[in-house]
Design a protein around this ligand. Structure first.
Ligand code: TXA
Ligand code: MG
Length: 357
């Protein structure tokens, strides 16, 4: 299949190009486009054939539901029933933006889009190109992250090109995304709001507006075993699959930063003696410490501003895929605020390999 690239400047949007790209969605095709979180791979979410194609392009298991993206609030009425007062408050405050809300679904939403669930995840993205595209397509756009299943989510058009060229109808290149990690998912279909995936809209931000918000236990699971315990079924089916994984084994070290640095340095030296070059994910603050070692050193951002870490996270994991390191050692971050989402993604990318030092 030939994949057409639409280069669109988010600060000076060429509407005629957006219309051509939107036409792909209206006609049941597959189109990747930037959102403020990560690039999405979109198709008409109410058209079973169209959304079915997403699963084959990504190699995604069919029980993993898709998030539906809308361009205006009215479109929610087609998708969701029983919209609670608290859900309204969250939408008023965080839409358009990086928050996906899970509602009980209406019949019109096909089970092939929701992975067989009676609920549907919906979000209104704030990226100007995404919003314009969705509005002009006239459809509700199902869109998972535009990566091959299991790989790090795409935050640059070149990541989408790596994974999707030749497999989909079009790619909108709107430059790098802003946030860099996927939306927060909050399940509002039950009595108590439950976070199924942490993101830039934090638990604290939501609790300030609507009171208690719980966190699904899968989010903070510390091992694969914990995920499969008893008869527990993860509420966001996607959470049970290995995610965001670089090709090399990622190992995280938790503890006082001085001890973490010491441990990583000694690993690198030992690996070198064994004839192996390994990778290091550090921060601007700690980079200097590793300079004397011969590892592949990449800073993920500054500890002074965690949004830089979120922004660079997947790009750094993909950068290591272009090297031949077989192990990457990574520092850890605080779990609060945006750190919750950062650690959630890194721990999953590491396949739960977190060692205390
Ligand atoms: O930021 C984002 O949310 C990006 C951009 C493109 O919008 N999309 C994204 O989609 O991350 P995806 O498919 O990569 O991740 C969606 C996650 C999966 O873990 C899936 O299981 C969960 O959302 N999910 C979707 N619908 C759900 C539902 N009805 N109930 C529970 N979990 C759901
Ligand atoms: Mg994804």
């Amino acid at each position: 299949m030939e994949t057409r690239i639409f280069k669109i400047d988010p600060e000076n949007i060429d509407i005629s190009l957006v219309e051509e790209a939107a036409d792909i969605l209206s006609k049941g095709g597959l189109l990747a486009f930037p959102t403020e979180t990560v690039y999405g791979l979109g198709a008409d979410g109410l058209n079973e054939d169209a959304s079915g194609k997403i699963y084959s392009a990504k190699g995604r298991p069919s029980d993993n539901p898709l998030i539906i993206h809308i361009g205006k609030r009215e479109d929610l009425n087609v998708l969701a029933k029983e919209i609670s007062k608290n859900a309204e408050i969250l939408m008023d405050n965080f839409w358009p933006g990086p928050l996906t809300i899970v509602f009980k679904k209406k019949e019109e939403v096909p089970y092939s889009t929701t992975g067989g669930l009676d609920t549907v995840g919906v979000r209104m993205p704030s990226h100007p190109i995404a919003l314009e595209l969705i509005k002009r397509s006239g459809v509700c756009v199902a869109a998972p992250s535009a990566n091959t299943s299991g790989r790090p989510s795409p935050t640059k058009a070149k990541h989408v090109i790596e994974d999707m060229m030749g497999k989909i109808d079009g790619i909108v290149d709107g430059g790098d995304v802003g946030i860099g990690i996927e939306s927060t998912i909050v399940d509002m279909s039950g009595d108590v709001p439950v976070i199924l995936r942490p993101g830039a809209i934090t638990k604290e931000m939501m609790e300030e507006l609507i009171g208690e918000v719980q966190v699904d236990r899968v989010v903070d699971a510390k091992s694969k075993e914990e995920l499969g315990k008893g008869d527990y079924v993860p509420k966001a089916p996607g959470m049970k699959y290995r995610h965001y994984a670089p090709k090399a084994q990622l190992i995280m070290y938790e503890g006082e930063i001085e001890s973490v640095i010491k441990k990583i340095k000694s690993n690198i030296i030992n690996d070198k003696k064994a004839g192996k070059v390994s990778g290091i994910i550090c921060t601007d603050e700690t980079m200097e410490n590793y300079k004397a070692t011969e590892g592949v050193i990449i800073s993920i951002g500054t500890r002074d501003d965690e949004s830089t870490i979120a922004h660079n996270l997947y790009g750094v994991l993909r950068e290591f895929d272009d090297t031949d390191v077989s192990v990457i050692y990574c520092e850890t971050f605080y779990y609060n605020g945006l750190g919750h989402a950062i650690m959630n993604r890194l721990i999953k990318a590491a396949g739960y390999k977190v060692e205390k030092v």
